[in-house]
Design a protein around this ligand. Structure first.
Ligand SMILES: Nc1ncnc2c1ncn2[C@@H]1O[C@H](COP(=O)(O)OP(=O)(O)OP(=O)(O)O)[C@@H](O)[C@H]1O
Length: 201
């Protein structure tokens, strides 16, 4: 089982949470705006502490309220791609990709998979939204994560960029190297990319 999650957290006035198990491949998470999708990714990454429950990924317990386990975020090895790409503006694309990389020798391979090889010398501010997202996914992959969390990686892209980004995610998915949890609002995207769809809220 790749993801085994059963969590609840409080966010201001709201209580958010989810319970699901998911196998390898790409699991899509859908739910209304405010349902708690980002909060759920934050709990899996270790950025938001659940009030109860557990988080297990690939058989490893990352959080368990009953036994007091709470692995710190940097030891969870999540490749988290946030809604905004959050590249370092003062580093070129290549330096962004290599930030936190565990195996720099994989740079060319990852850049080819995501079709970003021509962008390596560019500054983040010169990238389109789709290019920046692909670089953010590449940076996450080069950190050799145990799992990938993608928060709406395709939102607000025009159709051409969306198609490019979708193909890049398909290639990562089909390589089967890491389980992926991806949030989307788009039913067609969920259908095309997801091995399964989980609805929360
Ligand atoms: N820092 C915060 N303080 C208080 N409430 C918060 C905070 N962050 C989120 N919330 C609330 O928690 C709930 C879940 O938010 P979250 O961002 O996880 O939802 P979401 O499903 O990802 O939404 P969207 O699809 O709009 O991105 C919402 O009701 C939101 O208003």
């Amino acid at each position: 089982m790749s993801f085994d999650v059963d969590v609840v957290a409080r966010r201001g006035e709201a209580t958010v949470g989810a319970r699901f198990v998911a196998d390898d491949g790409l699991t899509v998470l859908v739910g209304a705006s405010g349902a708690g999708k980002t909060s759920l990714l934050d709990m899996i990454a270790g950025l938001l502490r659940p009030v109860c429950g557990h988080v297990r990924v690939g058989g490893r317990t990352l959080f368990d309220a009953d036994s007091g386990i709470d692995v710190p975020p940097e030891q969870r090895r999540a490749g988290y791609v946030f809604q905004d790409a959050r590249l370092f503006p003062h580093r070129r694309v290549q330096a962004n990709l290599l930030y936190g990389a565990r195996d720099a020798a994989r740079l060319a391979e990852v850049a080819a998979t995501l079709d970003i090889a021509p962008l390596l010398r560019r500054w983040p501010r010169t990238l389109s939204g789709g290019e920046a997202r692909r670089v953010a996914i590449g940076r996450a992959l080069l950190s050799e994560p145990a799992f990938l969390l993608l928060d709406e990686p395709l939102s607000s892209l025009d159709p051409a960029r969306r198609e490019e980004a979708m193909r890049a995610i398909e290639r990562v998915r089909d390589a089967r190297a890491v389980p992926i949890l991806m949030v989307t609002h788009d039913a067609a995207e969920a259908e095309r990319l997801g091995d399964r769809v989980i609805t929360i809220g």
